[in-house]
Design a protein around this ligand. Structure first.
Ligand code: FEO
Length: 399
């Protein structure tokens, strides 16, 4: 049976939730599921904003049919062609033969590439508008937030921004549709950050360009393609996006990801973490062999400092740490203070190699002091450890 929610009197959420997906995009764990949002505007002309992933196709078509209630579907606006939003477009076009696809030229090419089928296209470009009766929709291109064809739609009549992937979050909608129906900051902000940093985080410049366009609009509501609709306290989330997209840390804190084979690298990471905490400096530790990279990437965007501690392995960096560091680099991590701890039983090299990977990231401050452990930390290394902790502490102004 259909399961929809009203966003406004004439705007209905007709999406679906997937709570059994183990890896979103085949990479990111989604222990709390994910929602695929689609919105139906019931104006003189009916407009659907994006379709959904194939996993929720059945409920989506039930929802759509119920809410159309016999009306014709006039337009489907395709803001993003990634299959988590477009996989059911082909079936939509088969079911609703008269629907016109509103999209830009890049999307048009992608539709052909994905589906190899003809459709009735209404092409739009930057700031073109579409009147549907009471509503005037205006389209703004948002390339690389998260794919090159992405655009957002601003409903000038209501002040509603259909924001595509931007302002989304991981996590299924569990009855609550609006962010103000849950304790977002306590229960969802960390998943919103993990979603942003891993999915869009690399494209900070492009997100800033979208935020700039948004500043000129009188936005009263944000309808993203994943997660909650925002109808109040929009500024809270917009400010988070401003910070994340400019790679400004949210908190002064030392993140310590460590890769330890037999516990000795973990031991030195623990010692350093204790010494920093004794000085009143907040630290967070992650075992990179256990914790999914997406969580550590999210933490790296959140915190100001990172100490990478890794065993040397096959004369290189330990595998899970090397993957993490390359992943961080491809997410464009920048503007952080970085230090290294290396371990090696006969030829420690991981510190130098980790630095080499990160060396051309933008605005990084590398702390000169390092710690080298040969198999296990020794009490005679206290001075070396103290010097390392001092060097990190001097870059932090504790109030
Ligand atoms: Fe939710 Fe970029 O797709």
């Amino acid at each position: 049976m259909y399961c929809t929610r009203k966003v406004k009197e004439d705007l209905i959420w007709v999406g679906g939730n997937d709570r059994r997906l183990s890896l979103f995009e085949g990479v990111y764990s989604v222990p709390h599921g994910v929602s695929y949002n689609s919105y139906l505007l019931l104006d003189d002309k009916t407009v659907l904003f994006d379709t959904v992933d194939k996993a929720v196709g059945k409920i989506f078509f039930e929802n759509l049919e119920h809410e159309l209630n016999g009306k014709k579907l006039d337009y489907v606006v395709i803001q993003h062609m990634e299959p988590d939003h477009s996989a059911t477009l082909c079936e939509l076009l088969l079911r609703y033969k008269d629907v016109r696809v509103v999209c830009n030229t890049k999307t048009q090419t992608m539709i052909k590439n994905f589906f190899d089928m003809e459709s009735s296209i209404h092409l739009v470009k930057e700031q073109d508008s579409l009147n549907t009766g009471k509503h005037t929709l205006r389209f703004y291109m948002a390339p690389m937030v998260h794919w090159p064809e992405v655009m957002v739609t601003y409903d000038e009549t209501e002040g509603t921004l259909f924001s595509a992937d931007a302002f989304g979050t991981f996590g299924a909608l569990n009855g609550a549709l609006f962010a103000d129906e849950v304790d977002f900051e306590q229960d969802y902000l960390s998943e919103a950050r993990r979603y942003y940093t891993n999915i869009i985080g690399k494209y900070g410049v492009q997100v800033q360009a979208l935020l700039k366009k948004m500043e000129a609009l009188n936005i009263k509501m944000i309808c993203p393609l994943h997660g909650f609709v925002w109808r109040s306290n929009l500024e809270f989330y917009i400010q988070k996006y401003k910070k994340w997209s400019s790679f400004i840390p949210e908190e002064t804190c030392v993140l310590i990801p460590y890769a330890s084979i037999y516990g000795n690298t973990e031991n030195i990471a623990d010692i350093v973490s204790c010494r920093l905490q004794e000085r009143g400096i907040k630290t967070v530790m992650f075992d990179v062999s256990v914790i999914p990279a997406s969580e550590i990437i999210s933490a790296a965007f959140r915190y100001s400092h990172i100490i990478f501690a890794s065993a040397t392995y096959n004369a290189g960096i330990f595998v899970s740490m090397e993957e993490l560091i390359r992943d961080l680099k491809s997410h464009n991590i920048q503007n952080r203070t970085i230090a290294f701890i290396q371990n090696g039983s006969w030829a420690p090299a991981s510190g130098k190699l980790m630095k080499e990977i990160l060396t051309d990231c933008k605005n990084m401050t590398f702390i000169e002091e390092t710690i080298t452990v040969q198999s296990s930390a020794k009490e005679e290394q206290e001075i070396e450890i103290e010097a390392f902790v001092n060097a990190v502490a001097t870059t932090i102004n504790i109030p």
